[in-house]
Structure formats: C-alpha cells, structure tokens
Design a protein. Structure first.
Length: 187
C-alpha cells in the first residue's frame, strides 16, 4: 500500500511540476484579432508567397464551383460544342478535386494542384484515370486550366486543354477550349 501511495504521489507531483514548467499552449480560438493582424509566409513549390492580412493566398479561387468546358479550335469538333460540365472544389492548400459529368463507371473524378499566377489568376494541373464500361483501365487524361476570377468573385473564365493518353502513356488526343465557372455558395 505504501508503494502504491508513493507511486501516486510521485505521478501527481510530476504532473504538477510539468504543468508549471510547460510552455503555455493555445488553440488560438480566442486570438482571432491577433491572427488577423499578422501576415504569414507559406511555402509552395519552392516559392514563398506573402499572404496578406486581408486575403489568404488564392482566396479568390478557393471554394465550390460549377464549371463548363466548351470546344474551341479543335479538328472535328465544332467551336462552341459543350464538352464537359461538372463541379470542382478548389482548396486553400493548393489542391483541387473535380467531379465531372462522365459516367462513374468510366472515371468521373480527378485530382489536381493549382497555384496563383496573378492578382485574380490561377493555373490548374490535374489528372484523371479512364476505364471502359467493364472497369478495364484504358488510360488517363491531363487537364490544365488557366482561369481568372472576375471582380466580385462569383465567376471565372479562362482556357483549358485536355491531353488523353492510352494505357501505355501515349498521347491519343489533344482538346482545347474555353472554361467558365460559377461559384456555388451555401445560400
């Protein structure tokens, strides 16, 4: 019993001593004003971006968007042909996910990365995997976009390219056109 009492006493004493000497921890929930006053630096692709006090890097593009791809200057596809409609989520960490209007059986999700290229301009690079209706892999696609968020932040316009590859990585088709996006909000 004496040994148990000593162990409990020593443990409690150590816990109290550690608490006194430990640096204070804070989740920051109550320090919003202080956080807003401090600019920070974020590292992205070997470049440092200064994040202003008022707008995080890429804030204009971060969010949920409905997008449309329309053909322009493609052999065999008339200009203005609707090629794709879908939804994209641009995340503040520089990643992106798209849910396209393709059949889920053929692969309708793709993942990407983006960076800010100007005050309201952004460049996206993402990849999709493609399957036939039986689930057999048939290749993939590299989709690139360059977009500018319009004043007000509810729309973007730009260009896209899609490079389709076969299962061996051989380019089988290049498509280009215009992309537009409309922000979707909780309201």
């Amino acid at each position: 019993m004496k040994t148990l009492f000593r162990a409990v006493t020593a443990t409690c004493g150590l816990a109290a001593f550690s608490t006194i000497l430990a640096p204070s921890a804070n989740a920051g929930c109550g320090e919003i004003e202080k956080q807003q006053q401090t600019a920070s630096v974020r590292r992205s692709s070997n470049q440092f971006l200064l994040v202003s006090d008022n707008e995080p890097a890429g804030a204009a593009i971060v969010g949920f968007w409905k997008f449309t791809f329309v053909s322009r200057n493609n052999a065999g596809i008339p200009d203005g042909t609707l090629l794709e409609v879908g939804y994209a989520q641009w995340h503040s960490d520089g990643t992106e996910i798209t849910n396209s209007s393709r059949s889920p059986a053929t692969g309708n999700f793709c993942l990407g990365v983006w960076k800010k290229t100007g005050p309201s301009s952004f460049k996206l690079n993402h990849f999709a995997l493609s399957f036939d209706l039986s689930g057999k892999p048939v290749g993939g696609a590299n989709i690139r976009e360059e977009v500018t968020v319009e004043h007000g932040g509810d729309k973007f316009t730009g260009t896209f390219t899609i490079d389709n590859f076969d299962i061996n990585g051989v380019l089988v088709r290049h498509i280009a056109g215009d992309v537009t996006g409309e922000r979707i909000t909780a309201d």
